[in-house]
Design a protein around this ligand. Structure first.
Ligand code: CP
Ligand code: NVA
Length: 307
């Protein structure tokens, strides 16, 4: 079987996502009932971090161990990657020693080059362009709370960043709609987002209009990692793109609120929203663990059927 990678959301088909969501539910239920499940005994995941992380590191590290394998944490600060070793050479070497690699880095091109030279599956743990593991967890969380996301409307309020791009790809693969509202100058770039077309999203100048009638309202930090030099300019530009209680009232009464975290209360979201009744952010964070275990199982063992 050819090696599969998960570098962006559209790398998988709708059928594959249906399998992953079913497996994530099964794996989660087993975990919650304290039943051991060790399909990845003696399998090892290398995790390369070029940016900070709490959830991604913890969920992959705990997840591999819970599946019977192990993980190895590498950062650019203390590997030869930080001293200019070509990414292609690093991929050749690292992928001869482990069974899978997870990478958090800057440009998508870096992870694509690594994958092109890897003997084992490569997983995107966040790049400037995409964050597919997070949206996998978000959609699984939506399904748990509300059922299928097909045909629903997701409102994206804020920066057209890696999370926004990934939501837009997911909408194309899983057939739902995204209402996007960004400040002027921060609009979606369809080519950078890697979209097939423009059928699954609509842009709104006013964030209230984007939120109107939405089934899910979601946002993210105004300044993503790697863009810190733009922080002051972004604070001014994004001041009106804060998800507040009025915005949630414009959405459907049963709308969910999500945020990939970490959050800045008082900037992209009001405390009353993220800590309020619509918010499912803690389930969303926890589900990183369960969906990524399903992803690791799929990439390393193929389609395991429920026992
Ligand atoms: N949401 C997310 O990826 O969090 P971390 O940056 O803590 O990994
Ligand atoms: N868009 C954010 C997500 C952090 C998990 C960033 O890239 O910093």
């Amino acid at each position: 079987m050819a090696i599969r990678h998960f570098l962006q959301f559209k790398d998988f088909s709708r059928g594959e996502f249906e399998h992953l969501f079913a497996r994530a539910a099964w794996i989660k239920a087993k975990f919650k009932s304290f039943e051991t499940y060790h399909p990845l005994f003696d399998r090892h995941l290398a995790m390369i971090f070029e940016k900070n992380s709490t959830r991604t590191r913890l969920s992959f590290e705990a997840g591999m161990q819970q599946l019977g394998g192990s993980s190895i944490f590498l950062s650019t600060r203390d590997t030869q990657l930080g001293r200019g070793e070509p990414v292609e050479d690093a991929a050749q070497v690292i992928s001869r020693m482990v069974d899978a690699v997870m990478i958090r880095t800057f440009e998508q091109d870096i992870i694509e080059r690594f994958a092109a030279n890897s003997r084992v599956p490569v997983i995107n743990g966040l790049t400037n362009e995409y964050h597919p593991c997070q949206v996998l967890a978000d959609i699984f969380t939506y399904i748990e709370h509300r059922g299928s996301i097909a045909g629903k409307t997701v409102a994206w309020i804020g920066d057209s960043n890696n999370m926004c791009n990934t939501w837009l790809q997911a909408a194309e693969v899983l057939d739902f709609n995204v209402h996007v509202s960004t400040p002027p100058g921060y609009e979606v770039e369809p080519e950078r987002a890697g979209l097939f077309g423009q059928d699954h999203f609509e842009e709104f100048a006013d964030p209230m209009d984007a939120a109107r009638g939405a089934d899910l309202v979601t946002t993210d930090v105004w300044t993503s990692m790697g863009f810190e030099a733009e922080n002051e300019a972004r604070k001014k530009a994004f001041a009106d793109w804060c998800v507040d209680a009025d915005m949630m009232r414009a959405a459907r009464p049963d709308a969910l609120f999500m945020h990939c975290l970490p959050a800045h209360r008082g900037e992209e979201v009001e405390a009353a929203v993220i800590d309020g009744p619509h918010s499912v952010v803690w389930d969303e964070a926890e589900n990183r663990l369960h969906v990524q275990k399903a992803l690791l199982e799929y990439l390393l063992l193929g389609k395991v059927e429920a026992k």
